[in-house]
Design a protein around this ligand. Structure first.
Ligand code: HEC
Length: 249
């Protein structure tokens, strides 16, 4: 059939347009029915090791988005040999299942950050974020000197957690939800996910780790470094056979 025939006949054009759109729709919608089998189950000793962020890490993630770190950094290690050699095990779907919105990205002006957790010390991050060229002379990353000066606002942490809860992240409010989390993640993590104690937990985590190196002051740097240090650390790949995750692909 000549292309002109379709383009000059509104009825035909509508029919063919609908066919094309439904193919596109199917390609996007059908995989959602299999999502349970494609998002890996990552459990060690009966507990899920991938859990939602603690209140402090969550604030750090918000700052990561506010500062536009994602414009230069992806958080998805693709299953290619060169990426695995550089960054570590490829990212699992399960590792970003609690991220709303996810930070996969495709722009890598800087390196992928999906497994940057525990790669450097807290002190290195503080120095690097404040003045990247003081630790990596050839860096083109911008300075973020205000992070260490700005006090962290955390009064709204409960609302932030509730918003995520609304889209399915298992933070708990009721005793029943809390108990379900104890069963799923263990007591220590479940306590961190309890919205009723969010502020208290956030402050305790900051006091314990003092990410920014300034005792007694809760800065945006504390939150951002707490977030960076957890990235890619929730799955201990040594606990699994080398090809364990292949079957989910
Ligand atoms: C203009 C692009 C750009 C932006 C925006 C940017 N970075 Fe970077 N980042 C880079 C480049 C380039 C490097 C590699 C050189 C270096 O280490 O400084 C890097 C390196 C890093 C590293 C070290 C990674 C590794 O494995 O060595 C971390 C951590 C990091 N950036 C975090 C951040 C955070 C957090 C933000 C937001 C506050 C941010 N970056 C914003 C470009 C950027």
């Amino acid at each position: 059939m000549k292309h002109e025939k379709i383009e000059t006949n509104a009825g035909l054009l509508i029919i063919f347009t609908l066919i094309v759109i439904s193919i596109g729709g199917l390609v996007e919608i059908v995989p959602l029915y299999f999502i349970d089998s494609t998002v890996e189950k990552v459990t060690v000793a009966g507990k899920d090791t991938i859990h939602p962020y603690t209140p402090l890490q969550l604030r750090g993630r918000d700052i990561y988005m506010r500062e536009g770190c994602y414009l230069c950094h992806s958080q998805m290690i693709r299953p290619f040999r060169d990426e695995a050699l550089r960054y570590g095990h490829y990212s699992l779907a399960a590792e970003s299942k609690f991220d709303h919105p996810f930070q996969w990205g495709s722009k890598r002006t800087g390196p992928d950050l999906a497994r940057v957790g525990h790669k450097y010390s807290n002190q290195w991050h503080v120095q690097h974020l404040t003045a990247p060229r003081s630790v990596v002379p050839e860096s083109i990353m911008p300075n973020f000197p205000w992070l260490i000066k700005n006090e962290l606002t955390y009064k709204d942490i409960e609302d932030r957690m509730k918003a995520l809860k609304d889209v399915g992240v298992p933070y708990s409010i009721t005793e029943k939800e809390y108990q379900a989390n104890v069963k799923r993640f263990g007591k220590k993590i479940a306590e961190q996910l309890d919205i009723n104690h969010a502020e208290q937990n956030l402050l305790a985590e900051e006091t314990k780790n003092n990410y920014d190196g300034i005792p007694g002051k809760v800065t945006e740097m504390d939150a951002l470094v707490a977030y960076l240090q957890v990235l890619g650390t929730m799955v201990d790949f040594k606990q699994f056979e080398e090809d364990h995750f292949v079957k989910f692909r």
